[in-house]
Design a protein around this ligand. Sequence first.
Ligand SMILES: C[S@@+](CC[C@H](N)C(=O)[O-])C[C@H]1O[C@@H](n2cnc3c(N)ncnc32)[C@H](O)[C@@H]1O
Length: 297
Amino acid sequence: MADLNLICGDALTELKKMPAASVDLIIADPPYNLGKDYGNGSDLRASEDYLRFTKDWLTEAKRVLSDTGTIYVFMGFRFIAYLYAIMEQDCGLHFRNWICWHYTQGIGKKRGFSPRHDDILMFTKSERYHFDLDAVRVPQKFYRSVNNMRGANPGDVWEFSHVHYCNDNRQAHPTQKPEGLIERLVLASSRPGQLVLDPFSGSGTTLRVCQQLGRAAMGIELNADYVAATQRRLAQPFTGFDSIDPRMKRIPNDLNDEAVRTAYLRNHETWFLANHGNAIDEFWKGVERKYGLKRKP
Ligand SMILES: C[S@@+](CC[C@H](N)C(=O)[O-])C[C@H]1O[C@@H](n2cnc3c(N)ncnc32)[C@H](O)[C@@H]1O
């Protein structure tokens, strides 16, 4: 059973109480300062206050991160450029990736282009860090003997739809993140049993993912209602993460050799759908359409 710890409090205050170098991975999804209602006025500060707050919590985040640790920070369009500069120049973290999360649907704009992505910056504390590519590969489009059929690198543009109101796992939180997206961060940048920290845990997505992936996790959240909702969420039975990169259900073309195809289809579920039991039926419907095969009981 994963060791999960949830604190109702302020991220900066709680980070200051934590020992240095005690966390292996930080996944931070702070307020973007765009005026969202988190029930605490935390998302509408003067720009200078917001930037000072960002620098303060990131300074503490760096201190608690292990020397081989990784930090991912989500950000919207308004402050992303400032965030990059704070992480690299002010905090002295090491840049690794600028990930674009394409969320497909959202609010419309009449004078300008409708926003359809958030960014996720990946930095490490040093040049020595853990990254498990095999744990996050995506299925190839075609079978080719020269292709690595264990899968391709997912790249740095990721499509995950928001968790819609009709989704069984939708929580009463305005900016709930997709579990499938957080799953990729956790699998790539931590080992089983390691400690993952989410200093702005909201509806508890990171804790829920860590619970299922056998990581220890600590969440900090200011709003007591969200803390209580997270506790209820963690007690729910698990049937699969609430979202998936559509590529994970992709069935490669040209799996023409029967032995190759049989071996590949057997592996696909454990390689790509291991935590997505709820996507297996759709995957096999696709296999039937493409290759006329049904899943063996
Ligand atoms: C963008 S949301 C996080 C959403 C989360 N990733 C999820 O999937 O539900 C930011 C959260 O930070 C919380 N928050 C705002 N200021 C905070 C602070 N100083 N310390 C801790 N939490 C804070 C808000 O209440 C909100 O729930």
